[in-house]
Write a protein that binds this ligand. Sequence first.
Ligand code: DAH
Length: 360
Amino acid sequence: MTDLAHLSTTLEQAIAGAKDEAALDTVRVSALGKKGSVSALLATLGAMTPDERKERGPAINGLKTHIATLIETRRTALRAEALEQRLVAEKLDVTLPLRPAPAAMGRIHPVSQVIDEIAAIFSDMGFSIAEGPDIETDYYNFTALNFPEGHPAREMHDTFFFNPGPDGARKLLRTHTSPVQIRTMEKTEPPIRVVMPGRTYRNDSDQTHTPMFHQVEGLVIDKSSHIGQLRWVLEEFLKAFFEVESVTLRFRPSFFPFTEPSMEVDVQCDRSGNEVRIGQGEDWLEILGCGMVHPNVIRAGGLDPEIYQGFAWGMGIDRIAMLKYGMPDLRAFFDADKRWIDHYGFRPFDLPTLFGGLSS
Ligand code: DAH
């Protein structure tokens, strides 16, 4: 028996000492595998006398069962241990504060945000969005918009001209978004309902003027478009944009070569406090220019003014952004100062929609 007892002790120690399942398996093969120590003992039974077998058989088989049971018990323990270790190693502390993703740390410039707001409001009214080039020809910026050759209105715009090209013509940086009216009429079959935001340029710089600024142009052309619709569109836009229940508008006669009649629009406001409040108070603030599109402009757009008529308006985007979000100095818009954009900028996924609230 001492040989069996000795073998049993050796295997028990090996099983207890197996650090992982692979080591345990090595022990199993060395004992119970084809050439294992316990299997070798079992093989000796065949050559024994019946009496010998009667005595040794149960002992050897008992050892085999004992070792097999120990191995299985150890295997279960090793698995539980391994799982425990994984759980500790892979632990995730969900109470840690979230670090914002890099994309969420960027900021949307107020001008971009306001352009998105304008697009959301006018899309809701059935308008589409159009754009035109920043570098324009004299024709689109002036002539097609009914500015007569040599007319002082051309000078009023403080135009940035490029050097003359081979044909002698000077291109320019567009001084307003109105040329997009012509480009749109040229390629769109009426009815036309379109807003055209973009960059514009004039040689001017102070607290409320920068050489590059933004405008949004609006154009409606149909067979019976009229000034009452113009007024409704502007009122609805200004209410939605300034997020107020009502606005009062004042239409003053004015002059633009591309509209007849032409008007400037003031919006009722209150300047008594620190900020300008739209939709209340005793004051007026000039906010846009508009009018009925001049027949010459409709003709320049390739349409027949005997059939079509319409209205247009133009508005400074930076200015209404300053008013809505309380930014005092326009020049800071384009200084690329990170502190400014961190303060006045918008979160990247705060897309303005009418149903979600424009600025909330
Ligand atoms: N283009 C004009 C400007 O820059 C603004 C303007 C006035 C546009 C009247 C219009 C309009 O479409 O009808 O001062």
